[in-house]
Design a protein around this ligand. Structure first.
Ligand SMILES: [Fe+2]
Length: 250
């Protein structure tokens, strides 16, 4: 990641906030601090048996396609789900997961909403977000990767993507950078020859925020076969529903 003359960087409490342009993204370092991020990491490792080969949506259904995406994922929301009608009761149940407790706190943070209020659309809509899902990814072994794609699907359930990195320190894996592009995508290829890219390192306790329509990829990652030595990230896709119904305003 290179911070250029048109980019910004400043400190807020113990976090360091960086803004990159073209494509726009916000990077927050030291998000939760060492103690809490370590607790989240240990929790993620304890979920090892719930990780499965990643699937992608293709021709209307979820499929494994290792040339396009190869890594392990865990749908952590489904592990801490109950059928209480009240969000406050469901949220209380989710607090059994240190990760989901942290995610829910982040999504409901008034400070985050206020800080993002002056960001471009759709990031400035963060304060109105009322739906989010979390997926843990592990990359590593012999070159696991995810090629160019965007996270937006068909409605405003996915307006903003947040990626939280939490890894063993010192880092045991290689590669795994997040690449963001301001180009256009067609048939899984960037078709704009002069498009610009950011390369963002998967630093422990780092959060990256960007428009779910922004094209991005995960560079090839190598690691030992030890599960805990991989590159871990939590993808949080968030958006807005109106009266509980999906909408498509953005
Ligand atoms: Fe993605």
């Amino acid at each position: 990641m290179q911070v250029g003359s048109h980019d910004l960087q400043w400190r807020y409490n113990k976090q360091k906030i960086t803004i990159l342009n073209n494509p726009y993204c916000i990077i927050i370092d030291n998000l939760f601090g060492a103690e809490r991020s370590n607790k989240i990491f240990e929790h993620i490792i304890s979920l090892k048996d719930h990780f499965q080969p990643a699937e992608i949506m293709y021709e209307g259904s979820l499929k494994v396609n290792e040339t396009y995406r190869k890594n392990l994922t865990c749908y952590v929301d489904s592990l801490y789900k109950n059928n209480e009608p009240e969000w406050s009761r469901r949220r209380e149940y989710r607090r059994r997961s240190p990760l989901l407790e942290a995610v829910d706190g982040l999504m409901e943070s008034i400070d985050m909403g206020t800080i993002l209020n002056s960001a471009p659309i759709p990031m400035c809509k963060f304060k109105d977000v009322n739906v989010w899902e979390s997926q843990i990814s592990r990359y590593g072994y012999e070159g696991e990767h995810y090629e160019w794609h965007y996270d937006r699907i068909s409605n405003d359930d996915r307006l903003i993507t947040l990626v939280y990195y939490v890894n063993m320190e010192p880092r045991k894996f290689h590669g795994g950078q997040l690449l963001l592009s301001d180009g256009f995508l067609l048939d899984r290829q960037i078709i704009t020859p002069d498009s610009k890219e950011h390369t963002i390192e998967p630093e422990n306790d780092r959060l990256v925020i960007f428009n779910s329509r922004t094209i991005h990829k995960v560079a090839a990652t190598t690691s030992s076969s030890k599960f805990e030595e991989g590159r871990f990230s939590v993808n949080i896709w968030c958006g807005i529903r109106q009266n509980g119904a999906t909408v498509s305003n953005y």
